[in-house]
Write a protein that binds this ligand. Structure first.
Ligand code: SAM
Length: 208
């Protein structure tokens, strides 16, 4: 089953080692098992978890390349991580090169993320709070399906360092006024993806 992830990634120029694939396999099994009881994500079929969660999160690797965003040595936050997307797949990919923080306000999801960390031996920090209560600042904030775009922009801006990037993964619909900040990427065997990419340019909170 996990070979499907390997193939889809390779078709799109993303290469995963056996060790990384093993971590994804453990993640897949654990998420399917926990989902039966805790309803962590509405995506339930393993095949769909592979495409809609794992691959979709890993498309960020291509976005960073395209936009020239260097993630190495950076503090990266996932705002509203849920069951770990997109943050955990990104961390599995970059390993020690990034410091990952998962911000999630729902307790059962935080417990899952803490258990997952042990099972896949990947080191990240779970911040079990609403982002509005977080005082730490990050170089890069990622977010997918966390809330209304303008809310996420406000929350994201407040936890970003000046010069940092906020990246919001979007479906087909992008708000008119945000189109100039939107990047689209095409993938083989997967629908086109859109991302709002904003840079915090001053402490008073403006992004552009
Ligand atoms: C629809 S889920 C998406 C989860 C994940 N990002 C994904 O794409 O699968 C949204 C998650 O964001 C969390 N959330 C929403 N607003 C938040 C905030 N301000 N701070 C922390 N977590 C938040 C919710 O608890 C929920 O788990």
């Amino acid at each position: 089953m996990i070979e499907k992830l390997k193939d889809l990634c390779e078709k799109n120029g993303i290469f995963l080692s056996d060790d990384q694939l093993k971590k994804f396999e453990i993640y897949l099994n654990m998420l399917s098992k926990w989902n039966r009881v805790y309803n962590l994500t509405s995506v339930r079929r393993k095949e769909e978890i592979i495409t809609k969660h794992f691959f979709d999160s890993l498309t960020l690797v291509k976005l960073f390349e395209k936009e020239g965003i260097n993630v190495e040595g950076k503090k990266v936050a996932d705002l509203g991580a849920g069951a770990g997307f997109p943050g955990v797949p990104v961390k599995i990919y970059y390993g020690e090169k990034i410091d990952l923080y998962l911000i999630e306000s729902v307790g059962k999801k935080c417990i899952f993320l803490e258990m997952l960390k042990k099972e896949i031996s990947v080191d990240y920090k779970v911040i079990c709070k609403r982002s509005e209560e977080v005082e730490e600042r990050f170089d890069i904030v990622l977010s997918r399906a966390t809330g209304e775009t303008f809310d996420v922009m406000r929350w994201g801006k407040d936890i970003l360092k000046v010069g940092g990037y906020l990246i919001i993964m979007k479906g087909k619909k992008v708000e008119e006024e945000l189109r100039p900040f939107t990047v689209s990427l095409r993938f083989e065997g997967y629908p086109e993806r859109r991302y709002i990419v904003l840079k915090k340019i001053s402490e008073d909170g403006h992004t552009r």
